[in-house]
Design a protein around this ligand. Sequence first.
Ligand code: NAD
Length: 479
Amino acid sequence: QEFNKRPTKAVPRSLSRSISQSSADSFTSVGSESSDEELSPLDRLQSTSKGLSDFCIKNIKKADFGRKEIEIAQQEMPALMILRKKAGGEKPLAGAKVVGCTHITAQMAVLIETLAALGAQCRWAACNIFSTQNAVAAALAEGGISVFAWKGESEDDFWWCIDRCVAADSWQPDLILDDGGDLTHWIYKKYPNVFKKIRGIVEESVTGIYRLYQLSKANKLCVPAMNVNDSVTKQKFDNLYCCKESILDGLKRTTDIMFGGKQVVVCGYGEVGKGCCAALKGLGAIIYVTEVDPICALQACMNGLRVITLTEIIRHADIIISCTGNKSVITREHFDRMKSGCIVCNMGHSNTEIDLASLRTLELKWQHVRPHVDHILWPDGKRVVLLAEGRLLNLSCSTVPSFVLSVTATTQALALIELYNAPQGRYKQDIYLLPKKMDEYVASLHLPMFDAHLTELTDEQAVYLGINRHGPFKPNYYR
Ligand SMILES: NC(=O)c1ccc[n+]([C@@H]2O[C@H](COP(=O)([O-])OP(=O)(O)OC[C@H]3O[C@@H](n4cnc5c(N)ncnc54)[C@H](O)[C@@H]3O)[C@@H](O)[C@H]2O)c1
């Protein structure tokens, strides 16, 4: 019942921090449609070069194209490649049957193929009807993965694909890798007995975690679940570094603006705000910060930024970026006082930060000038530039670096390995964070890419600090 309150596909999981969606968008031209692709994948009989046919995708002939995409992603996903090497002959997922429902993009393909290299048998569906890279799905199928997904699935196709992953002949999953909770929901609804064999669920999205907590609260969670979303490494990369790297890209692609000397107001100086400020400062923008929390405000001051209220600075702002996770941070009152040409966008929470409803009034005209760019016109000729209709700018208008997805994907792989190999009783029917030591391990697997050399604690130093010299190096509450 809890899971029946499923979000509709028309609103692709705005709560979910499943960032791979945007990187899929950037590759939409890959493997573009040809005339023999006009048939629905459901009506086409296809098989791989080895004669396998346990998959349903757009066009298996695009596999070579998809393979190149996967190889490019591999270069920026070093930790998964190291995991494959480290496992060597060991195969920590030997015999594991993993059913997955994630975006099917080049980056996720690197994860899926890593799980297979570590010994797992995988069946996979897409968690979003628009985000599948068809050529990548073809490459996965050609490589022997049972994948059921294509770009532009209908609502019915979506559930059919998930069902084909779960209800395969003589195949029962041990592990679930979910993004958004739909797969978990389907198994609860249609095949509750499958949970008897399941060793755990790994969930990466905010929405999916929320739904798991609802289940847990109702005493209906019958297996352990790993909350990957709140791993420290994942959060740092998603919030700070991802936003630092993508804010400029999103603004440039939509507005072609030059940043030097522009007056930029960043609302909220948390992880996302810090990332945005750092990037903009690097290009010579003059930055103002608004904050409610004196500690974050003081941090902004220490970094040479001016802390001010939005009302005080609004008339001078060239760009306003909301990063608060809050609602109605930029209101109609603010819009009325902005100067003409001011650019407004959101990097924080879904679409709540900018009060758009207040702009849908008779006296204001909306002019759609480019994808993701609207001009809002006041009766006196003033125009304000609104980006991505107040939704997350970077997810709507730029790509997300593969390296960021590498951190998440490595965390997911380790969570699956942990759940599969944990001795009975270590995890109960509850929701867990990945143990700190493993979070540290995810980071350490990414260090060789930079030829970074870690200092090792001496025994004496470890005793002095009261920790194990091999970690975890920080307490669980450290973020
Ligand atoms: N765009 C992305 O790719 C992306 C990535 C990660 C997270 N997010 C989202 O961004 C939001 C912020 O994340 P975070 O990690 O920076 O959170 P955070 O809690 O570290 O920072 C938010 C800051 O906003 C401040 N704040 C709250 N209300 C305010 C207001 N009315 N005016 C001014 N400041 C206010 C808070 O005091 C806090 O310091 C969240 O909703 C998060 O889900 C977006």
